[in-house]
Design a protein around this ligand. Sequence first.
Ligand SMILES: Nc1ncnc2c1ncn2[C@@H]1O[C@H](COP(=O)(O)OP(=O)(O)OP(=O)(O)O)[C@@H](O)[C@H]1O
Ligand SMILES: O=P(O)(O)OC[C@H]1O[C@](O)(CO)[C@@H](O)[C@@H]1O
Ligand SMILES: [Mg+2]
Length: 485
Amino acid sequence: MENHSSCQMKIETGDAGYVLEDVPHLTDYIPNLPTYPNPLRSNPAYSVVKQYFVDADDTVPQKVVVHKDGPRGIHFRRAGPRQRVYFAPDEVHACIVTCGGLCPGLNTVIREIVCALYHMYGVTKVLGIDGGYRGFYSKNTITLTPKFVNDIHKRGGTIIGTSRGGHDKPKIVDSIQDRGINQVYIIGGDGTQKGAAVIYQEVRRRGLKAVVAGIPKTIDNDIPVIDKSFGFDTAVEEAQRAINAAHVEAESAENGIGVVKLMGRYCGFIAMYATLASRDVDLCLIPESPFFLEGEGGLLEYVEKRLKDNGHMVIVVAEGAGQELLAAESLSSATAQDASGNKLLQDVGLWISDKIKAHFAKQQSMPITLKYIDPTYMIRAVPSNASDNVYCTLLAQSCVHGVMAGYTGFTSGLVNGRQTYIPFNRITEKQNNVVITDRMWARLLSSTNQPSFLRSKDVIEVLKQEESPAPTQLLDGENSKTGGN
Ligand SMILES: Nc1ncnc2c1ncn2[C@@H]1O[C@H](COP(=O)(O)OP(=O)(O)OP(=O)(O)O)[C@@H](O)[C@H]1O
Ligand SMILES: O=P(O)(O)OC[C@H]1O[C@](O)(CO)[C@@H](O)[C@@H]1O
Ligand SMILES: [Mg+2]
């Protein structure tokens, strides 16, 4: 087996096209570190479990659909407890930070990191960094104990606060170094993981024995490689309440239309799944699929037809959909950004509602009643549901096992149903989005019976994008992991 190791990438290749995209380890830059037997060996809950410890050579394939002569493809290191650990319990000084927007399950992840450290590894020094990255250098810390976090999984939000912007590398790493922190757990989305990668590089450059690990968070589901992000199921479930309300309102009026705007800045996973789950939706609009309003085959024509056929309709629109149409009409700047540099969006739900109202007002022959429901923040501010709670628990425990085993510069993530350690660069190199030529979007189109709105120039554009996949991409339809094919 060949080994190509560098500060950036640690890649091992094997027979039949096997590739291990490994994660860094403390010993890559600090030699001769002492190791200790894993305390789980004497933990009555685990010592009886056969093969509880993960074999050092266990890896998980990114691609599970293979062809007879195809390469075995990229693998990631399997997560789980190792026989030996690189920290003595009383040596550990851990901290947890949450960054970016809220997501159901944040508190569960915090709770389970604290409890895994305490109960599995005997660690008793765990700090919460208050209010995202900027909290490292501008706020006091919060002491986290199992008692303090006991009930927090029942609450939405994050008990340690979050923020956008404020990623000041030298100040953050100074704070880690000055406080003697040697385990940094960073929970957040794509931006946060980019920030974590930068912190890891600086910690390594300074030669600190401090592990930096990420846990992916985003209800948008825009993080690549992983099966799906925690909180996504909860958000889709919560979105049903808004869609149900829109349906009830629409059904009860003559030519009733319910419009629901859901989150999804650059990708439409929440809208797509909420639509598929509901069956009451007649039209779903997402950022990945362009649409147009006027003329033959346009949105307004479809709305008219649907009302004539069925008397009412429900429209679900992801917040990032149709932004180019709004920008073309708007006088305000389309380049406005939040503190992290994310594009600030215009209200597509309001815009589309106004367009539909204006269209039917002009016609006069068909009076409509339109109700616009915007549950945007409601679907992410709720506590996580039962399955997300279990998912969060496994993610948090897997991350703690990896950190105790001395791995660093990684994000914990579920790949094909297995917990793995993924190098930061694989998580940050691109964003996940709905592939509109995949089966899942076709399923949606056939469930709503909506037109695809694709004109020949859009089809050419989509096909062009498909022909030039990212160089590292081996998977067919990898981007549409959620729901699979
Ligand atoms: N390229 C980057 N380098 C360093 N830090 C970054 C980078 N991008 C974002 N960050 C920092 O990461 C934090 C979170 O980023 P952001 O607000 O984009 O949310 P996110 O983690 O992507 O989560 P979500 O989009 O799901 O809400 C912010 O504090 C931001 O300053
Ligand atoms: O108002 P905030 O906190 O910036 O968050 C809004 C954004 O956060 C997300 O939920 C996650 O990125 C997006 O869907 C949304 O655009
Ligand atoms: Mg983001």
